[in-house]
Design a protein around this ligand. Structure first.
Ligand code: F6P
Length: 549
């Protein structure tokens, strides 16, 4: 798309159409249309999406899908899957989908089929994870590995951490997996207190192998290991690396047969499907990792094949654009009703905000329309007792995604029914709200006196008309988790296409890294360099002088 999305005919029509829909209330739309749920729900790759509780009518969906067509979604999707260098600011292809491609066909980058290399690394991951899990591969002193520590940050941490937490029911009893990301020494230090170097494996996960936090943690872990085991040669048995930078891994001293490669066409936030997923394979076994790839692949096929009005990522992406650009919604809540998905919103935060938190379009022009929203969330039911008050009665409203597996891995008493009831009740309450009349009637039925009732009525009114999607999974399995992650990846892609941004670079993280390097030098020199602003120089001086100065 060379022009701006705001100039597309469908964008202009949506602006007018929004004014019509603004006068409607979801409660009335449901009352008037018994077929609404059936018409506004779809299935794909084993997931079910109810999007009937959105501020839309049939015409809205038609205009939104027209917008996708006019923005060139088909061509851009085809370009991504074909390995075209759509990450134009880094001149790279975007092929995380090749990592989960289960067909026998080739995927070409610059005329070279990348599938043989992908299959080779998957084979290497299988061999390594099976050797460690079975106890065939042991530590320096001959002890089996009991603890695996993934040292990485951002996409080299959040995705695998989220997936390991989600798939805990599939883990055997043998291995514990830990994730250390923060450069704050407390993160690594607190863990090391509990570990035995003789039975610990460190995985240094870094696409670039230059990330300050990860390398600092890797060097400190190495020092701890060597001092605990009394030999430099122990490093070869207790470290592995996941990276595209094979020179960097060699310089660190990790033997080549313990380095798991991937490629520059895998973005960090899309890398859990690559060797970066080794911690997942170690924790739940390679067969389950493969099942996760299968789920991701099924969602890819759905995204490529389903018509727009039945396409889960397309619909979710378009609804996000609808609220962000035509209603002014600044944030979007992710509410998994599954404790095992407690890091899912954190993973999506990076996926979505690093991809579409952009203010420059693909042609390098300033953008004058809202792009990626703030993504946040926590599992239900906990969130209900924390921030749901704001969702129901705050002056801003936030579109929500409720995510619910229908079967639990922990069928304790009536817990799962309670969980499901709460999930459905919350989206119902957001949608229908409570009128003054209903609040009054309820209080009267409870026997409250008339004066107290009238005083409380305004506080007990819920405006309703607050939109949400509900995503149902049969159960949280490696397969459905793979489909769920891929669904959100493609949702982000759809939105990036409409907003005409490069969803695959992240220049916005650079400046802070450069400035941190300079300030670190100041700490070494014992004095702030000239050129800092007064605030930063003052803060550096206070840090140099200790907390009390
Ligand atoms: O700082 C942002 C970032 O580059 C992310 O995009 C990436 O996931 C993370 O840092 C970690 O990078 P690496 O895997 O190269 O250590």
């Amino acid at each position: 798309m060379q022009g701006r999305p705001t100039e597309l005919p469908a964008w202009r029509s949506l602006r007018d159409h929004q004014r019509t829909v603004a006068g409607m209330h979801l409660r009335e739309l449901f009352a008037a249309d018994p077929g609404r749920f059936d018409r506004f729900s779809v299935q794909g790759a084993g997931l079910f999406l109810d999007f009937s509780k959105h501020r839309i009518v049939d015409e809205t969906l038609g205009l939104l899908t027209a917008l996708a067509g006019q923005a060139g979604l088909d061509a851009r999707r085809q370009a991504m899957f074909s390995g075209d260098p759509i990450n134009v600011t880094e001149s790279r292809a975007v092929l995380h989908t090749a990592l989960r491609n289960r067909s026998s066909g080739p995927v070409l980058v610059d005329g070279v089929d990348v599938m043989p290399a992908i299959r080779r690394v998957l084979g290497q991951m299988r061999a390594f994870s099976e050797a460690i899990r079975s106890g065939r591969s042991v530590g320096h002193g001959g002890q089996p590995i009991r603890d695996v520590v993934n040292l990485g940050i951002g996409g080299s941490d959040l995705g695998p951490l989220m997936a390991c937490e989600a798939l805990e029911p599939y883990a055997g009893a043998g291995l514990r997996v830990h994730f250390v990301s923060n450069v704050d020494g407390a993160h690594l230090g607190r863990l090391l207190k509990r570990l035995d170097p003789a039975s610990t494996l460190f995985i240094v996960a870094s696409k670039t192998f230059t990330t300050q936090e990860t390398l600092a943690n890797a060097h400190s872990a190495r020092t701890w290991l060597v001092s605990g085991l009394g030999s430099e040669s122990a490093v070869a048995k207790h470290f592995a690396a996941l990276s595209t930078n094979l020179q960097g891994t060699a310089a660190f001293g990790i033997p080549d047969d313990r380095v798991f490669a991937f490629w520059d066409w895998v973005g960090g936030r899309y890398s859990l499907w690559s060797a970066i997923g080794l911690s997942i394979a170690l924790y739940v076994g390679m067969d389950n990792f493969d099942a996760m790839l299968d789920g991701g692949c099924a969602m890819d096929q759905h995204f490529r094949g389903a018509p727009p009005e039945q396409n889960l990522p397309v619909i979710m992406g378009l609804l996000g654009v609808w609220y962000r650009d035509f209603w002014g919604a600044a944030s979007h809540a992710i509410l998994p009703y599954d404790q095992s998905l407690h890091r899912f919103a954190a993973h999506l935060q990076q996926l979505d905000m690093e991809s579409n938190g952009k203010r420059t379009d693909l042609q390098g022009r300033d953008i004058d329309y809202p792009t990626g929203p703030v993504i946040w969330g926590e599992p239900g039911t906990n969130g209900q007792h924390a921030f749901f008050q704001h969702l129901h009665q705050g002056t801003d409203w936030t579109p929500c995604d409720f995510i619910l597996p229908l079967r639990s891995h922990y069928p304790l008493g009536d817990h799962h029914r309670m969980l499901m009831a709460n999930c459905f009740a919350q989206s119902q309450a957001l949608m229908q709200g409570r009128t003054a009349e209903e609040a009054r009637a309820e209080m009267r039925a409870q026997g409250r006196d008339a004066a107290a009732t009238e005083r409380l009525v305004p506080h007990k009114v819920f405006p309703g008309n607050r939109p949400s999607s509900t995503l149902l999974l049969p159960q949280l399995t490696p397969y459905t988790l793979g489909a769920l992650i891929a669904l959100y990846e493609h949702k982000v892609f759809v939105q990036g296409t409409i907003w005409n941004v490069n969803s695959f670079d992240q220049w916005g993280v650079e400046l802070g890294k450069v400035l941190a390097g300079r300030i670190l030098q100041d700490f070494g020199n014992g004095v702030p360099a000239s050129g800092h602003d007064a605030s930063t120089a003052g803060l550096i001086r206070r840090a140099l002088g200790g907390a009390g100065s």
